[in-house]
Design a protein around this ligand. Sequence first.
Ligand SMILES: [Zn+2]
Length: 314
Amino acid sequence: MTLSRRAVLATGLAATAAPRVWAKPRLEYALKPRQVADGLWMLEGSTEYFTFENGGNIVNVAFAETDAGAVIFDSGPSRRYAEELRKLVSEMVPRGIAAVVNSHHHPDHFLGNQVFTDKPIHALEETKAQVALHGDGYADNMYRLVGDWMRGTEAVPPNTVLSSNDLTIGGRSFSAVPLGGHTQADLMILDRATGTALTGDLAFLDRTPTTPDADLPRWRESLDYIASLEPKGIVPGHGPFDTEGRSLVQTRAYLDWLDGALTDAAEDGLDMVEAMRIDMPDEFAALGAQPQEFERSVSHLFGEYERAALPEVN
Ligand SMILES: [Zn+2]
């Protein structure tokens, strides 16, 4: 039976008719692994800032095949991401997943952990402590930034604290080096078989380094250390695979410029808003996520530079 509009109105059905349901777009990351070395794959995120359009997929994740299954480096920004990651890796690596490693406590690197709680999730002790402390706040903030992509995501700390510089899984041997400077604890992994460094956010390429927890002198020391290893390839925390060490040079150059620019701005008496507007060299203005990341850095760091520029009072 088809009711005319008039008949519908007459019977009062219009008021109770079900609202039209629009098909929701399906949210999918469509992860595409790229092999970067023997038995080592990288999933490259966007170099943008977090947006609903990228769903928080701005981070690099990698996995290495071993005789015991895959070792996954960083678990991504959301439960949804990690579910796709787990499915993809399980299909590609015959023995499935052996373990996960968290490079540091920033949300895009660990918020997929809840999908891997049946596996060892290795990290430095301080990373575990920082996730326990800040994880819920990070997850809330990510919901605000990328919305429905985060549905069901909860912050789960790593469950296995690294106690040695050697991490051997399924016959594949990795150096696990505790460094810092991007955050309080940054784990660098060197895949000994291929000479590939997985730097976490100690190295960025073509994407602005982030500094909410940065200690710039320590970060530079960590970059020097990684360079001294002369890695054959680098999976940076953000940006493309690097076979020439560009990520180390570029990250170092940006941190040096940032340090000098904020020192000058504070000594010239600029306020924070004025400091956010200073001229940036083209090479840094061209990096992904500018000017947002520079402005965030000023808001995190400038207070310290202002204090340092104050005349000493005797
Ligand atoms: Zn980070």
